[in-house]
Design a protein around this ligand. Structure first.
Ligand code: ZN
Length: 527
């Protein structure tokens, strides 16, 4: 006789299994065609799926039943988390969905005005990337923040609704709820983030001083006169491209799919069927980014969307997406339904990041992209310098985003404009503009549409560094083996992929690498 909890979980599986499959198929279709009717269908199925997790009677029962074994307890925990985030009246679900869509649309369609003319984000980015005209840069930077005046009140309304619902469910605020439902604790999360920021701060400070001196030479003035518009993007999230090695030439005329197929094959991960099942080239109306999706969580119908061009950026992206694909492909088919899926967003992102970074690895370039070994070494050196600069900058930036969001949900009525610049000065060491009091924070789309998520990018990088260290020290004996040996695929499958979400992310990482997530290997890489 199955127990009451097992029966309830089985009922939930029957409720969602077909719908999950239809939902991911509709999402895929909408991203391929971009047709409004396909997008509407995908949104409707998404809302239907959310409603499958909002049944309060089933939620109450799910919480109180006692689990008889580990797998049932684990499924129960994951299901309770999913139900918790959907415990809202249907009209509140609809209201939030409507406002989310409005925010997406605002950020997609808003065009700031520069010298009287409506301009795209890409145009503003190009100015910040390339222009030597300080006055124009300042105006372009201010233009990039114009959306803040429109989005700030709307974000604050969303914060109020989200906080109201979270408090009704017994959480101090919405940010705390989001973090807890991702199997994190706010204190532990910030201990980790603060630690990695502190450990990399001296390296960042030295890098930043050097950068400011270079910028001062370029734009005139002293290093301490540099302001937000002197950096290479509107938020100083990434470094200017200072390395002059052109990697793209090595990928001209190359078949990126073939390289990826053969590389993964050598690792013992046969992804050829998924490659054939994917949609890899540009089409009108098609989503311009890249992602990997599993149509339903247990069908084995895994697909990658890309817009390939034969250059280094798309090589990296293709390897990244097939990292996600390999993870899903190697899930143990015997796992219970609700444990089929990656242990955590940061875990699958770490595998994708690890695979993507091989395109910067000299041994990989020589082995798989046909680059002459003497060139490969030079590319690796340049790529490593860029990666290091990027990570030093990105770490401090994640601290700004996460600290701001935490504080905003704790007290949305405080002076957020000042708080934002206090954090930017503290972490990024970028001086605030004189005499400016504007909601510059509200120009960042993530604060509107992906709440309580930003830390995952950095935790994913830290996880990747820790896994890579284990591969290098315990699994392979050379860089050559790291990029050609089936030992790598076997280790990843055995220690990470096959377990799905049977273990929580940090337990899984501890079992695999011998220690819980920590900053050590990420920091070592940057030293
Ligand atoms: Zn990814």
């Amino acid at each position: 006789m199955p127990t009451e909890l097992a029966t309830l979980i089985e009922e939930q599986r029957t409720t969602v299994q077909d719908l999950e499959r239809e939902n991911s198929l509709a999402g895929w279709q909408a991203n391929i065609t971009g047709r409004p009717e396909d997008e509407a269908k995908a949104a409707e199925l998404q809302a239907q799926l959310m409603r499958c997790y909002s049944d309060s009677a089933r939620y109450a029962k799910l919480k109180e039943l006692k689990a008889e074994d580990y797998d049932l307890a684990r499924q129960q925990k994951l299901l309770v988390n999913r139900f918790t985030s959907n415990q809202m009246a249907p009209e509140v679900i609809d209201e939030i969905a409507k406002r989310d869509a409005e925010m997406d649309s605002l950020f997609n369609n808003f065009r700031g005005k520069l010298r009287g003319e409506a301009v795209s984000d890409n145009h503003l980015r190009d100015i910040l990337k390339d222009s030597d005209d300080s006055a124009l840069r300042k105006e372009a930077w201010e233009t990039s923040k114009q959306i803040g005046a429109v989005s700030a009140p709307k974000i604050l309304e969303l914060v109020e609704i989200r906080n109201r619902e979270a408090k009704r469910l017994g959480f101090p605020d919405y940010y705390q709820m989001r973090i807890q439902l991702q199997e994190l604790e706010v204190d532990t999360l910030f201990a980790l983030l603060d630690d990695v920021a502190k450990q990399t701060k001296p390296l960042f400070t030295a890098y930043k001083q050097n950068l400011d001196e270079q910028l001062a030479k370029r734009f005139g003035g002293r290093a301490e006169d540099m302001r937000p518009w002197h950096y290479a993007d509107p938020f100083f999230q990434s470094p200017p491209n200072t390395e002059k090695v052109d990697i793209d030439v090595y990928f001209e005329g190359k078949g990126l799919e073939d390289i990826t197929n053969r590389f993964f094959d050598s690792l013992g991960l046969d992804i050829k069927a998924i490659m054939a099942n994917s949609d890899l080239y540009e089409k009108p109306g098609k989503c311009q980014h890249a992602f990997c999706t599993h149509i339903g969580r247990d069908t084995g119908d895994i697909r990658v969307l890309c817009n390939l061009r034969p250059n280094a950026q798309w090589m990296k992206t293709l390897l990244h997406e097939f990292g996600h694909a390999a993870y899903d492909m190697e899930l143990d088919p015997e796992l219970p339904f609700f444990l089929k899926g990656a242990a955590h967003t940061m875990t699958t992102e770490s595998i994708a990041e690890l695979m993507g970074r091989f395109s910067d690895n000299g041994v990989w370039l020589a082995k798989w992209a046909g680059v002459r070994p003497e060139d490969a070494g030079q590319i690796e050196k340049a790529a490593h310098a860029m990666h290091r600069a990027y990570m030093l900058i990105f770490t401090q930036w994640v601290l700004v985003m996460s600290s701001f969001e935490r504080a905003m949900y704790a007290d949305p009525s405080q002076d957020l404009n000042t708080l934002w610049w206090d954090l930017v000065e503290k972490f990024q060491q970028v001086r605030r503009p004189d005499n400016r009091h504007a909601p510059d924070w509200a120009a960042k789309i993530h604060l509107a549409t992906v709440p309580g998520y930003y830390h995952n990018y950095l935790l994913g990088e830290m996880t990747a560094a820790q896994i890579l260290h284990t591969l290098r020290t315990r699994v392979v004996s050379s860089e050559e083996e790291l990029v050609t040996s089936p030992k790598v695929g076997a280790w990843l499958t055995e220690n990470i992929f096959r377990h799905g979400s049977r273990y929580s992310w940090n337990d899984l990482l501890t079992r695999a690498t011998g220690e819980p997530l920590n900053a050590k290997y990420f920091v070592e890489d940057l030293a």
